[in-house]
Write a protein that binds this ligand. Structure first.
Ligand code: C2E
Ligand code: CA
Ligand code: CA
Length: 745
């Protein structure tokens, strides 16, 4: 806009300069035009005077032949005739004796005898042809009249009246607005024009000494006139009118033709056109300005709209990812290392809300979440929040203290869950929370967001709550995870995953009553990789389902081989990740595989980790799945009981065949209460006809105690670590013969 204004001002300036140049050029051409006109006019006048003179000379010639003054009447008649034809008023014949003959009766102020006293007339008696004037009223020509003897016998005077002369000098040009008169070199008027006023003013000019320039010009004009030179001068009249004054020598006496022309006559139209042009340019500029202004407003509002579109999340009406990045960049300039934290809050199971209540309600929930979080932002500290995509919110919080940030995020979650929605009875939101303290404010916001997100995903997403902070080890972890992810498919194909079996020993029978299949990743280059290093990763990215199928298939193969080889078949349990439950018909695949290997019913048990039973969204699915497992001939056990919530209610709610008491149960067995709890649990399970398996048992005392309270089975290092299938088989064979020695070494 500013640049355009400069351009417009420049254009305007150039137009003004151009117009003034045009004016000057016109002035010059006016002058030269005027010069042409007045030169022609003066030439015409000269010619006319010359013609009159010649005519007079011819009349004088005729008079000479008629003789003077003997034949006075005939001469008067002759003169009267000639005067009429040649437009003299009158023609007077003077003789040396002081007599005269006049062509007509004349008024009193035109006394023919006056001519005898006029010096130019007298010089005509000496043979000269002369012209003269009388008080600006008339001019006269005097020519000698020769007698028969060749001497001047008289003088013929031809008077040209003022009227006659005026019509001669009156120009037809410029609608008569041009005024001319004849003056002598001293400025004395020889013939005044019919309209005298400008010349009266001209007299003022001749006398004036007001304006320095005019005075100089006048002086030059007077000098020119004395020297018989032509010229033009420009001056302004008292009325302010610009006038040109042209002076042209008439080559007669010291007479000059003076012509006055208003400057506007010639350049008037052009001036008007220049003004019009200015006016049009002005209007165009104004229109252009208005147009630009309208364009600017349009552009501005359009930009605002685009900005709104670009930076506003239409769903929440608040900031979006782009706005978050922009505001962060603004803030980063003044940020101290460790002064701010980028945090992420990712709603868990948001899909369920959409599924249960519909997209519209889901969107309202997101808007609600955004506004609660926004309320918690301290704008004065430069804090802000944005929804980045679907159910993921990013926050930029002041401070870098882990506990402080955790507390604030907990407050937000609490505030969010303080709502009371009749459609969502008892529903509480939980979030995956991650944060990254900004140690290098110059880092790209995308990197900081990735780190916060990475931190939020670094824990088992469904188990743990609270904010996880990013540190560099997470990056190492991430790199390792990436590597493992990359290796996964190849290892499935190469059978790098091996199934290890860990015995479950019946405490009553003291027999090897079962086994748990545990996967080991034995990579040709990386060596042995333990489940804790890859199971959580594959649970997050869904690869676990493929792995579970793989393990299940291997287990089927082992059992089928045992059958083929006539070995005793014992039930083997396989771990089933909760990820399978997202697919309603997942059991069909397992059933198909088991069918392919003709696995007898009850020989495979699925272990479902305890946490899955607390997932309120999946409860029904889990219940249905357990029922289906039974229908398909699989047993089902509740794994890791006691590692988390340990609700006894689960036993009555779910139709599981056994529970596996987690290792953590037995870590502190010294107190009587702990033992009592285990005894009660075992007792309860027995009443509900649910078998009990104690897991992770490492010492004989516990084995003895468990046996004493009626626990069914023990799985633990006390008997054996997980073993490769062939080692397990060898143990199995040896076991049958020396059970006592195993249990009671
Ligand atoms: P889990 O199902 O609870 O398996 C028992 C874990 O306890 C196994 O660890 C086992 O080696 C270990 N353990 C057994 N006896 C003792 C003992 O006396 N002392 C100690 N300290 N540990 C003992 P592992 O094999 O490392 O497996 C860890 C977890 O990985 C398993 O926990 C299970 O949740 C998961 N997992 C292993 N294989 C698979 C699989 O094929 N599929 C799925 N979904 N998860 C698996
Ligand atoms: Ca297990
Ligand atoms: Ca377990």
């Amino acid at each position: 806009m500013g640049l355009l204004s400069v351009i417009l001002i420049f254009v305007f300036g150039v137009s003004i300069w151009n117009a003034s140049e045009l004016r000057m050029a016109m002035n010059r051409s006016t002058r030269s035009y005027l010069n042409d006109v007045t030169t022609n006019l003066s030439r015409d006048i000269q010619e006319a005077i010359h013609n009159k003179m010649n005519s007079l000379i011819m009349v004088a010639d005729s008079v000479m032949r008629m003789g003077i003054p003997e034949n006075e009447t005939s001469i008067r008649d002759f003169l009267a005739r000639k005067a009429e034809i040649l437009e003299f008023d009158p023609l007077i014949l003077l003789d040396r004796k002081g007599d005269y003959v006049c062509s007509e009766e004349v008024s009193r102020d035109m006394d023919p005898e006056r001519f005898f006293g006029i010096s130019s007339v007298r010089s005509s008696f000496d043979g000269e042809v002369r012209a003269g004037y009388m008080g600006g009223e008339s001019i006269f020509y005097s020519v000698p009249v020769y007698g028969m003897d060749g001497t001047v016998s008289g003088v013929l005077v031809g008077v040209r009246s003022k009227k006659n002369m005026q019509s001669m000098i009156a120009s037809k040009s410029f609608n008569g607005q041009m005024l001319s008169c004849i003056v002598d070199s001293r400025g004395q008027v020889v013939i005044s024009p019919s309209e005298l006023k400008p010349f009266l003013r001209l007299d003022d000019i001749f006398r004036s000494d007001k304006e320095q320039k005019v005075v100089g010009d006048i002086r030059k004009m007077q000098d020119d006139m004395r020297m018989g030179k032509d010229g033009i001068l420009e001056f302004s009249a008292v009325t302010g009118e610009e006038l040109f004054l042209s002076y042209n020598s008439l080559d007669l006496n010291d007479w000059f033709l003076l012509t006055i022309i208003p400057a506007g006559i010639i350049s008037g139209d052009a001036n008007r056109y220049i003004l019009q042009t200015f006016f049009i340019i002005g209007i165009l500029i104004v229109i252009f300005f208005l147009f630009l202004n309208a364009m600017y407003r349009f552009y501005h509002s359009h930009r605002m709209q685009l900005e709104r579109l670009a930076f506003v999340d239409s769903l929440t009406g608040g900031a979006n990812q782009a706005a978050f990045g922009l505001r962060y960049r603004e803030l980063a300039g003044s940020m101290k290392p460790g002064g701010y934290t980028i945090a992420v809050m990712d709603v868990r199971h948001f899909k369920m809300i959409n599924e249960r209540f519909g997209i519209h309600e889901g969107n309202q929930v997101l808007a609600y979440l955004y506004h609660v979080m926004e309320r918690h932002m301290r704008a004065e500290d430069g804090e802000f929040v944005a929804r980045s995509e679907s159910d993921c919110f990013f926050l930029c919080l002041k401070g870098g203290g882990h506990q402080e940030i955790r507390d604030r995020m907990d407050d937000m979650v609490q505030d969010i869950n303080s709502f009371c929605n009749p459609d969502l009875p008892g529903y509480t939101f939980s979030f995956r929370q991650g944060a990254c303290v900004v140690e290098e404010p110059g880092l790209e916001i995308a990197i900081l967001q990735d780190r916060a997100r990475l931190a939020s995903q670094s824990r088992n997403p469904d188990l743990e709550s609270g904010c996880v902070f990013y540190d560099d080890s997470l990056t190492v972890e991430l790199k390792m995870e990436e590597e493992l992810n990359g290796l996964f498919q190849g290892s499935i194909e190469n059978h790098d995953f091996q199934v290890y079996l860990q015995p479950k020993v019946g405490l009553e029978s003291r027999a090897l009553e079962g086994a748990e299949a545990l996967v080991r990743w034995i990579h040709p280059k990386r060596g042995v990789i333990y489940p804790s290093n890859f199971i959580p990763l594959f649970e997050r990215n869904g690869k676990i389902c493929k792995l579970d199928i793989y393990v299940f298939t291997e287990v089927c193969r082992i059992i089928s081989r045992w059958e083929e080889e006539g070995k005793e078949i014992i039930p083997v349990s396989v771990n089933l990740s909760r990820q399978h439950f997202t697919d309603e018909d997942f059991l069909d695949r397992f059933a198909d595989i088991a069918g392919q290997y003709h696995i007898p019913a009850g020989m495979i048990e699925f272990e479902l980790t305890e946490s899955i039973f607390f997932d309120s969204h999946q409860i029904q699915r889990v219940r249905d799945a357990i029922q289906r497992m039974h229908e398909l001939g699989f047993a089902c056990s509740l794994d890791d009981f006691g590692s988390g919530f340990s609700s006894l209610g689960l036993l009555k709610e779910f139709d599981v065949d056994s529970i596996k008491m987690d290792r953590s149960f037995f870590l502190n067995m010294s107190g009587p209460k702990a033992r009592e709890v285990i005894a009660c649990l075992v007792d309860l399970a027995k009443r509900l006809k649910v078998k009990t398996v104690a897991e992770g048992i490492e010492d004989w005392d516990t084995v003895e105690y468990l046996k004493s309270i009626g626990c069914n089975m023990v799985q633990g290092y006390v008997f054996s670590k997980p073993l490769p299938a062939d080692a397990f088989e060898r143990l199995h064979i040896s076991w049958t013969g020396s059970i006592e020695c195993n249990i009671n070494p």
